[in-house]
Each structure stands twice: as structure tokens, then as C-alpha cells.
Design a protein around this ligand. Structure first.
Ligand code: ATP
Length: 908
């Protein structure tokens, strides 16, 4: 049981545990009976652990499936783990060891580059967020850069386990199964003035369960207090003996004598029948909708639950949907058009029916991006490629824990069902959050309150168009009320969670121009911009042009209330930035969302509204190449229709001391910018830190980008101002947006850059009155972009992109080139005209909607032709992005009675 260790030591109390952890010869510490640590016995000692140690229940306890209780009694900073080492807890019920929320393990002092691992453990909090909120936070937490796949955490019911704490089993109606949850906690020195240093390590839980004794009341969460504050309040109440208010919960744990409280019995008695009735009602609703859907498909000539192939089958059968079988079909891949292929018939009835479906799907998958991420857990990931390739599609298999009380097979099935269930719960929760924001804080362009529903664009929301078709400049005064409302909300956000990083210190380094001075001491250094709003290709400062106008643009379209863990993270980040960022004022205002590689924050930098992307990665990783190349690529591109990157900054967050194996302790990074390199790999430059470059374990990359206040294109779909119904559309608006994308792509391809993941999530919008739609296109997310070598038409062995937007050559042959981007553009052009997504996920799997790629008869032939040209099966039959641009320019010109609007000169 001691894993080959010859040095297992049995401990029974605080002093023995301290001695064992501090003894370099001990690799395994055994617990057979409950241990409650006491501060008096531990004393003022910080034990340094510079080896791998496992603290585990004895083999007998594990064999008899009893967790041994280890109570840290809220003692803090008892030990520190040197970088590169891991402290593992196994088979234990661990109590009173957490910070109020989040994965901060309070007994552990800041341990940069170390691992704390919990295997087959129960983790219990005395007070915590409701499971539904906690699981959202867990799923939203970024995985360590070198760990693939999504977080796997979900709520389970009827949880029961045995612990050495009680003679009776503990029974809870719910718990969270943390099957595979891993995250790297940011080094947190925000409480250094109190002598407290936390974080910096990777926190990993495998096959663990998470239970909470007392839940914060919903009223506290509804009052918009951060979750951590609600938990702190609850703990105060518990300490003062006032347990009556907050503890009511159907999942209340047994009281210390092992008996359940009355509340825990009564609440289920009321809630369960109501929930059952509601669930039944929902089930009937879903069934009716499904029937309707199937009837509609049947009418269109397809089999029940038809997929695209049924429609495409009218032609050559080139379209494949999820239901296509035995034909080499790939889920969610449109196989492209062959010459003279007959398209499915477009009927308003089908389009409307499908819209219904699409809205379901949009609600379920796109309420927020945190949610988008969570859905990767519960269903097939849409995005593949690079680090996430494959992994996101696979659900990690649960290894039966030796301590599990449920039959492994039953639990596996249950886990899947729970995963699906939790995805729904998560989406509901986030939809609610967003609704609250819309009701409470959002504002519309005219300053009137947003209607409930979403903080994003609503279907009938008026667009920010210029009043006439003239191409005059932005009427900034129209935006003042919204700007005021936004400022108020931003100020409120700043009051609670944000901080202005305006510390003093060393100068920033301009790396894009290669003149880094290598001095340790980081700063958010201006890459392409030197204190200005715009930039040109060479990274020189330019006078503010179009981007400058963003100073008066409303900026709240995308801001969602972050989960409380993120608020905590935001606070830490702000503190970190405050201490590190020297001559640059950066203000964080909230979380926009998170994608597969990190979190995106909303902030202000040098007076500009910005989005700050953060990516944590490991030096030895492929993800390093990828993160750095994204930063480098972003900074090398300057175009009106591509998100501008103002600055980027690489910060070390973990260091392995080369002498660590000889027993010395970890070395905290000085916070320097290695090599003075913005977006440069950590290889070279001066400074103390850069001399030890190879020893740096983890990095955090910040990319400061232009803020696209209109949100992603997918949120615009269906807006009644553009898509009026029955195939009636605002053509100039659509063609203007399409042209923006074609211009962006054409520019990228002229630089031999392949975007690799063009989809309506990565195409952002920014208010711009000069555009027919009121929005300028801003293509972003270069995480999967690659540079095409000279004289090559494509790269092989690169499979990347997002389901529904990948061309067959990418999926089937792993060939990526400009033509694959053009194919993705074709799918989006179709979506733009139809105001909806081409592909949806259904209960039967992902599939294209049945009318794709048909157009309503009212669609001008010029638009239809260029779209279908992009969707050709053979890459060589597709047009270049430049040709699409030219074509759309002509079309828009003719629609607007002259030349289409030109982007501001500085940005072309
Ligand atoms: N420059 C920006 N301005 C405004 N919002 C942005 C900006 N960049 C990203 N976002 C938003 O931040 C969220 C996260 O973006 P990110 O690019 O990290 O992930 P994603 O595209 O949603 O997912 P993935 O990276 O997994 O494809 C999204 O809602 C995105 O629209």
C-alpha cells in the first residue's frame, strides 16, 4: 500500500504528522484513525517539503472503505512544497483546509511550481456555495496548461460514505464528484502585508468527493455579493452560534452527532415532489417539441429525426450529418458541394422550424462562454485541434475508487447521466446569471434599461446604425447615456472586485520591435503601441483613428457576472498586476468569459477599453509554442477587421530551482520579464531570472487586445433588425459584415497566415456607425493559427477547427490551408444570410440544419453564388479570400449606390 516506499510512518497526532512531513526520509505517512490538528501542538513552524510525500489512509482502512478523517482545523501555512514536488493525500476525509471559496489549500504556504494532489478523498467544507454554483466554478477553472481535457466535476445524489469520525455512515442527498479536477492556482500575495502567501501550485483532485455542511443562503447570492463574501458571512454566523438562517438546505450534512437536522428532512419532503412535477412537465415539453421536429423533417422528405444527408440525398448525397452511416460520414462535417449538385429546398416553414431548434441549442450552449466551456464537458466538444485535439471529445474514464461505495458500472452510467444533467443545470444557472445582469446593470444604446433575457444583443434590439446612409463619422454624443451607465457599473465593479494596477516601478519593454532591455521587472509592455490607440504594421505608434473612437463606445455588451471563484481570481490578478505593472495603468473590470485556453477579462489600459486574455502554460509544452505564437501573430497583424493587439506580457509563475534536488527550497520568481520579450519565448535576455530560464515551470501570458463591445457574431444572429423573417433581410448589413470577414481573411492570407478556426464565436463585433449593420467585424482568436511556408498550398497533419466550420480536407486528411479558411467563411456567409447557425447539436447528435446550404429565393444570386463557391468540396475549386472580398465589395457597392465603405486608411 505504501507504493514501494520503505519508509511509511504511522502518525496519530499533530506533532507526529509535523515530524513525519519534516523528515526527508519519510515518503509515506499513514493515518489509521482521525487526526485533528491543533495550533498549540504545531507551533509556529513552517515545514519545508522538498520531496514527494504521500499522506494516506492505512491499507486496512482503504480495504474496509473507510475514509480516515484529517481535520486541519483551519490552520494556515503549516508547510511549503518546493517546486517540482508533490504532496499527495489519499483515502482521507479532509476537513477545514480550504479558503472560503476556490481551491486554495490554506495549510499550504505559497508553493510555486509544486503539486498538491488529492486521490480518492472526501473534501468537506463547513460552509460553502450551493453545489450548483460550486460545480460551475470548478468547471470554469482553467486546467493546467499541460493537462488535456476538460474539468470533470458533476453533482451526484444519494451520497453515502464511512469515515473514522463517526460510527455511522454519513448520508447526503447530494455531493460533487470531482472525478478529475485540476487547476493551477495563481500565486497570491495580496495578503502579504498580513504575512500570508498562498497559491502558485497545481491543485489536483482525482476521484474525490466534495461535500458542504452549510450552504450560503440564496438571498446573499441574489444580493450580488461575491460568493466568498457570502461564505465568510455564513462562517461568522456559524461561529456566533446563529445557525438558523443560513443552514437550511436539503443537502445539509449530519450534525456532529451524526443525526440529520429537521430541516434536512422537511425540505426534501416539499422540494422533491415539486421538482418531480416540474421535471415531468419539462419531459413532456421536450417530447412534444421532438415530435414536432420529426414531423417537420418528415414533411421535408427526410426520415424521422432526419439529418442533413436526408436532404442532401436529393442531390448527390455529399452532405453528411450525424446520422449518416456507412458512408465515411463524419459528425458535424459538411462534405462540400460537387459540381452541379442539387441543393435542398429552402422553405420558410422549415427555416422557421429549424430556428426553433437553433434557439434551443443557442440557449443550451451559448448562454455564456463559461457555459460554452462547461458544455465541452457534457457533450462533444465543438473545437478540435492542437492540445485539445481529441481530448476534449473524450470523457475521461472513471477509475473505480477503492473507497467508492457505488458499483463501478452503475456509477459510470450514472456519471454520464449526471454529466448531461449537470450541463443543463449549468446552462440554466448561467442563463439566470445573465438575465440578472441584464435586469440589474445592463444598459442599451439609448440609455434605457435592457430587457431581461440576455446581456447580449436581443433579437429585436435596434442596431447601432447611423441615422442615414451617409458615411459620416461616429456620432459620439449618441452614446453618452450608455457610456455613463457603463461607467457607473464599471465603477461599482471596480469597488468590489477590481483594482487599478498603477503601481510604480520599472519600465515596460517594447518587444515587438525587438528592443527589450532584458531587465527583470515586468510590465505590460506596449508591443505594437507606444501609448497610442492605434498602430501600424511596424509596431510604430500611430495617431488614434478608428480605434480611438472606441473611447466613447459602450463597452458592456459582453460583461457577465463572473462566478465567485473568478472574482477571487480577478482580485488576485489585479493585485498581481498592481505589484508587477509599473508604468502602465491597467484596470480590470470583470470577466468576459473563458475559452479552452484561459480567461478573458474586460479592462481599461491607457484609457482604452481592452480585453485581456490570459493563458497559463508550461515551458516544456506544445501549448507554450502555441500561446507564444498566438501573441506573436496577433502583434504582427494590423487590420481594421482584425482585433488589434496592443501589448502582451509573459510572466513566470513557477520556478524550479536547479539545486532543489539537493534539498534547497524553491525560489520565487522576482516577477521579471524574462528576456525582455513580449511574446518572445523565454530564451535569452538579461536579468537574474533569465539566467535560469530553463528552470521556469509555468508561465502566464497576458494579451491586451482591443475590446469588441458587440460580442461574438453568433449573438447577432436572429436580430430582427437584420433578419426580418420569411427570408427578408437587410442586405447591406449582411453583405457589409460578410465583406468585413472576407477583408480580414484576405489580409491574413496575404501574410500567409491561416486562421484555422474561423467561426461565429471568434468573429467579434465592434460598434461602428460607418458600417451598414452598425458593427465592424473584428476577427479574433489566433490560438490555432499557423504560418504557411512559402510555396505551399497547405500544411499536412494539422487537424484543427470547430465542428460545422471545418472543411472535409481538414477532417479527413488533416490538411489545412487558405482554402480551408475560405470554406469556413462560406459556412458563415450562409449563416449570415439566414441569421442562424448552420449546425446544431440535437439529442441525436450534431447536424447541419436541413436547409443548409440552400438560400431563400429572395437571396441575390451574387451572394448565393459566392457562398456556394466557398463551399466547394475540392479546395482548388474554391475562390481565394481576395476574390471573395472583391466580389462582396462590388455587391455592397451596387447595393449602396456607389462604393462600399472603406475601412479607415491607417488600418488597412
Ligand atoms: N477582444 C475581445 N473583445 C471582447 N470579447 C472578447 C475578446 N476576445 C475574446 N472575447 C470573448 O471572451 C470569451 C472567451 O474568448 P476565448 O477566445 O478565450 O474563447 P472562445 O473563443 O469562446 O473559446 P475557445 O478558445 O475554446 O474557442 C468569448 O466570449 C469571446 O467572445
Amino acid at each position: 500500500q505504501t507504493s514501494g516506499s520503505t519508509s511509511g510512518v504511522l502518525v496519530t497526532n499533530t506533532k507526529e504528522l509535523q515530524a513525519a512531513l519534516g523528515n526527508p526520509a519519510v515518503e509515506t505517512v499513514l493515518l489509521n484513525d482521525s487526526v485533528v490538528l491543533t495550533g498549540a501542538d504545531w507551533g509556529n513552524v513552517l515545514v519545508t517539503i522538498d520531496r514527494n510525500v504521500t499522506v494516506t489512509a492505512t491499507p486496512e482502512r482503504i480495504a474496509s472503505r473507510v475514509y480516515v478523517s484529517l481535520d486541519f482545523a483551519n490552520l494556515i501555512m503549516l508547510f511549503q512544497i518546493s517546486a517540482g514536488y508533490r504532496l499527495t493525500f489519499r483515502g482521507l476525509e479532509i476537513l477545514n483546509h480550504f479558503d472560503t471559496v476556490g481551491p486554495t489549500f490554506r495549510p499550504l504556504r505559497q508553493s510555486i511550481g509544486a503539486w498538491v494532489v488529492f486521490e480518492d478523498c472526501v473534501q468537506r467544507r463547513r460552509a460553502g456555495l450551493p453545489y450548483e454554483a460550486a460545480v460551475v466554478n470548478m468547471i470554469a477553472a482553467a486546467r493546467p496548461a499541460d493537462v488535456t481535457g476538460p474539468q470533470v466535476a458533476f453533482i451526484i445524489s444519494d451520497w453515502s460514505y464511512a469515515t473514522t469520525r463517526f460510527s455511522r455512515r454519513i448520508n447526503d442527498s447530494k455531493a460533487i464528484s470531482m472525478l478529475d479536477y485540476q487547476t493551477t492556482t495563481a500565486p497570491d500575495s495580496s495578503l502579504a502585508f498580513q504575512g500570508l502567501h498562498y497559491g502558485g501550485y497545481t491543485y489536483s483532485t482525482q476521484r474525490c468527493y466534495y461535500g458542504v455542511d452549510n450552504f450560503v443562503p440564496q438571498s446573499c447570492l441574489d444580493s450580488k455579493k461575491p460568493g466568498s463574501e457570502c461564505v465568510a458571512l455564513l462562517l461568522q454566523q456559524l461561529d456566533s452560534g446563529n445557525r438558523s438562517t443560513p443552514t437550511a438546505s436539503p443537502t445539509a450534512a449530519p450534525n456532529s452527532d451524526g443525526s440529520s437536522s429537521d430541516v434536512a428532512v422537511i425540505v426534501p419532503a416539499v422540494v422533491v415532489p415539486v421538482a418531480v412535477v416540474l421535471l415531468l412537465g419539462m419531459g413532456v415539453l421536450v417530447w412534444v417539441r421532438r415530435q414536432k421536429r420529426q414531423q417537420a423533417y418528415a414533411k421535408s422528405g427526410g426520415p424521422g429525426g432526419a439529418d442533413v444527408e436526408s436532404n442532401g440525398g436529393k442531390g448527390s448525397g455529399a452532405m453528411q450529418g450525424s446520422g449518416a452511416q456507412g458512408s465515411g460520414a463524419v459528425e458535424g462535417v459538411f462534405m462540400g458541394l460537387e459540381e452541379n449538385q442539387q441543393l435542398p429546398e429552402w422553405t420558410p416553414m422549415l427555416a422557421d422550424e429549424e430556428r426553433d431548434l437553433d434557439e434551443d441549442e443557442d440557449d443550451a450552449h451559448c448562454a455564456t462562454d463559461t457555459h460554452h466551456q462547461s458544455m465541452q464537458l457534457v457533450s462533444t466538444s465543438e473545437r478540435v485541434g492542437g492540445d485539445t485535439s481529441g481530448s476534449a471529445k473524450q470523457q475521461p474514464q472513471q477509475q473505480p475508487s477503492p473507497l467508492d461505495n457505488q458499483a463501478p458500472s452503475a456509477q459510470g452510467a450514472e456519471a454520464k447521466a449526471e454529466l448531461a444533467e449537470e450541463g443543463k443545470e449549468t446552462s440554466d444557472q448561467l442563463a439566470k446569471q445573465q438575465q440578472q445582469l441584464a435586469t440589474n446593470g445592463g444598459s442599451r444604446r439609448d440609455g434605457s434599461p435592457r430587457r431581461p433575457g440576455s446581456s447580449q444583443l436581443q433579437q429585436n434590439e435596434p442596431l447601432p446604425r447611423r441615422p442615414t446612409q451617409s458615411m459620416s463619422g461616429t456620432p459620439a454624443h449618441n452614446l453618452a447615456p450608455a457610456a455613463a451607465a457603463i461607467a457607473a457599473r464599471a465603477a461599482a465593479a471596480a469597488g468590489s472586485t477590481a483594482a487599478t494596477a498603477d503601481g510604480h516601478g520599472k519600465a515596460s519593454v517594447a518587444a515587438a520591435t525587438g528592443n527589450g532591455n532584458g531587465e527583470a521587472g515586468p510590465a505590460l509592455a506596449a508591443g505594437g503601441v507606444a501609448g497610442g490607440a492605434g498602430r501600424d504594421e511596424g509596431g510604430k505608434a500611430t495617431p488614434s483613428g478608428g480605434v480611438g473612437s472606441s473611447r466613447v463606445q459602450p463597452t458592456q455588451q459582453q460583461l457577465v457576472d463572473p462566478p465567485s471563484d473568478m472574482l477571487a481570481e480577478l482580485g488576485r490578478m489585479a493585485a498581481e498586476l498592481r505589484s508587477n505593472v509599473k508604468d502602465v495603468a491597467i484596470k480590470l473590470e470583470g470577466v468576459i468569459g473563458s475559452g479552452s485556453f484561459g480567461t478573458v477579462y474586460k479592462g481599461t489600459w491607457q484609457g482604452l477599453p481592452v480585453a485581456i486574455k490570459t493563458v497559463v502554460f508550461t515551458a516544456s509544452q506544445d501549448s507554450r509554442r502555441r500561446a507564444l505564437s498566438e501573441a506573436a501573430l496577433c502583434q504582427s497583424i494590423s487590420h481594421h477587421n482584425i482585433i488589434a493587439t496592443y501589448a502582451s506580457e509573459l510572466q513566470p509563475i513557477g520556478v524550479v530551482n536547479s539545486t532543489a534536488s539537493a534539498g534547497s527550497s524553491s525560489q520565487e520568481p522576482s516577477g521579471g520579464t524574462p528576456g525582455g520579450g513580449l511574446g518572445q519565448p523565454p530564451s535569452g535576455g538579461g536579468g537574474a531570472l533569465s539566467r535560469n530560464m530553463a528552470q521556469i515551470v509555468d508561465w502566464r501570458l497576458y494579451i491586451v487586445q482591443e475590446f469588441a463591445d458587440g460580442g461574438p457574431l453568433r449573438k447577432l444572429y436572429g436580430n430582427k433588425a437584420i433578419w426580418m423573417g420569411n427570408g427578408q433581410v437587410d442586405l447591406p448589413a449582411i453583405v457589409g459584415l460578410a465583406l468585413g470577414m472576407a477583408r480580414a481573411l484576405s489580409h491574413l492570407h496575404s501574410k500567409r497566415i491561416i486562421h484555422g478556426d474561423l467561426n461565429p464565436n471568434n468573429v467579434l463585433l465592434k460598434r461602428d456607425m460607418a458600417e451598414p449593420s452598425g458593427y465592424a467585424i473584428k476577427v479574433g482568436d489566433f490560438g490555432l493559427s499557423v504560418l504557411l511556408p512559402q510555396h505551399r498550398t497547405h500544411l499536412s497533419n494539422v487537424r484543427m477547427g470547430t465542428m460545422f466550420y471545418m472543411c472535409p480536407a481538414v477532417v479527413l486528411k488533416a490538411q489545412v490551408g487558405p482554402a480551408s479558411d475560405v470554406f469556413s467563411l462560406g459556412v458563415i456567409l450562409w449563416e449570415l444570410y439566414n441569421g442562424r447557425r448552420a449546425g446544431v447539436r440535437t439529442d441525436q447528435g450534431p447536424r447541419y440544419c436541413s436547409i443548409f446550404p440552400a438560400f431563400p429565393p429572395s437571396c441575390p444570386e451574387a451572394y448565393r453564388a459566392v457562398t456556394l463557391h466557398c463551399l466547394q468540396r475540392q479546395p482548388q475549386n474554391r475562390p481565394t479570400a481576395a476574390a471573395v472580398e472583391e466580389h462582396l465589395e462590388q455587391l455592397l457597392g451596387s447595393l449602396m449606390g456607389g462604393m462600399p465603405p472603406q475601412p479607415p486608411r491607417d488600418y488597412v
